[in-house]
Design a protein around this ligand. Structure first.
Ligand code: CDP
Ligand code: MG
Length: 139
């Protein structure tokens, strides 16, 4: 089933100029980029985006970090795109991420783990709508 998922290249990766390499890894695996932009989240916007984690001990640190520098957000499309992109990213903790994954290659630690990907159809829909209007989605 064709799906769409939201990808974020996080501040740690943008700061190290890794956008191109990460987008290449995504494209090499056959996912299609149907929307793309670079922006800054305010602290409040980051807190809104990660609202599901509001009660977690890492929430303040995570949302400060996510608003600490520019990010690159994109919408990826393909058959089973949500799970496929989670596989391309690798585990949340880079120490557990598999060989060849983005997080294995680039993540600094469990927080600064270089990329975000939606985890289910409902969250993908919410997250895509958070960043993109219908007009910005191509195809
Ligand atoms: O991003 P992913 O869906 O793999 O993980 P999550 O459990 O939804 O957590 C969201 C983000 O919070 C992670 O990607 C990390 O940046 C951060 N996090 C953290 O700083 N410390 C943890 N113990 C777990 C997550
Ligand atoms: Mg998550």
């Amino acid at each position: 089933m064709t799906q769409r998922t939201l990808s974020i290249i996080k501040p740690d990766a943008v700061e190290r100029n890794l956008q191109g390499r990460i987008l290449s890894m995504i494209q090499e695996k056959g996912l299609k980029i149907v929307a793309l932009k670079m922006l800054y989240l305010t602290r409040e916007q980051a807190r809104g985006f990660y609202d599901v984690h509001r009660e977690k001990p890492f929430f303040d640190s995570l949302t400060d970090y996510m608003s600490s520098g520019p990010i690159v957000v994109s919408v990826l499309e393909g058959d089973g795109a949500i799970d496929r992109y989670r596989e391309i990213m690798g585990a949340t903790n880079p120490e557990s991420a598999g060989q060849g994954t983005i997080r294995k290659a680039f993540a600094l630690d469990i927080e600064k783990n270089s990329v975000h990907g939606s985890d289910a159809p409902e969250t993908a829909y919410r997250e895509i709508s958070f960043f993109f209007s219908q007009m910005e989605l191509v195809g």
